[in-house]
Design a protein around this ligand. Sequence first.
Ligand code: PEP
Ligand code: MN
Length: 271
Amino acid sequence: MVELERRDVVERRRAVRIGSLTIGDRRPAVVAGPCSVEPGYVDQAVDIAEAGVDALRAGVFKPRTHPDSFQGMGLDALPLLAEARRRTGLPLISEVLCSDDAEALADHADGYQVGARNMQNYRLLEALGDIGRPVILKRGFSATIDEWIAASEYIRRRGNDDVVLCERGIRTFETRTRNTLDVSAVVVARELTDLPVIVDPSHAAGKREWVPALARAALAVGADGLLVEAHPAPPMAWSDAAQTIDLQSLADLVEATRHASCDCPGLRSYH
Ligand code: PEP
Ligand code: MN
């Protein structure tokens, strides 16, 4: 295995700006919204903004495991994104599956998300490096921490250092949870890179009742933020309803971040 160059994190942690949001600042950021954009997205986004979040998530192009599942509204969602941004004033993050998606979202998204299924889509990562807009890079289901960081280098080698790593649970022998949240990845990735590391507790848990506890675990280990699926009426969400939290739970999480810091308590430098 090629040894990754260790970016020096002790002196220099990188903060990534996504519109008005800075991830990697002192207070953990909260990015939230439904899994996918639905016809009622604008009102949902306004409600989600009122919960105090820092940015909106909005899935337009959905990488669903089965082709019969809802694939996202696609281009029909664009006017809703524009209106949601206008009404809330919040930055918006949306997933891209290919560089055409990035072009389609160019005027509507402040940051791009690369999903777990595309973490090793190197041509996509290079294209996003060339575009230069901030990228949230999810960890692949079965990717090691080194593979995840190496993937981030495909974006950075093209001159785009605005990358946020996102731990979203990995595949293990455990089947009760949708994925196993690897909280240690937050600590290790923050040691190996200068990039901010956020956590998506929703795709790890798979069940809304478990999301707040996993989110708090992420905050306890010093995560730079949370990416959470939330909806005013969770059971009605068009995708990932079972893991989607309601607005009260979201507001409680926002409150929890106000008492958290992006440095793990007790963490000392041994270098
Ligand atoms: C999502 O954020 O809705 C998503 C598809 O996540 P992941 O790529 O982590 O499965
Ligand atoms: Mn989802």
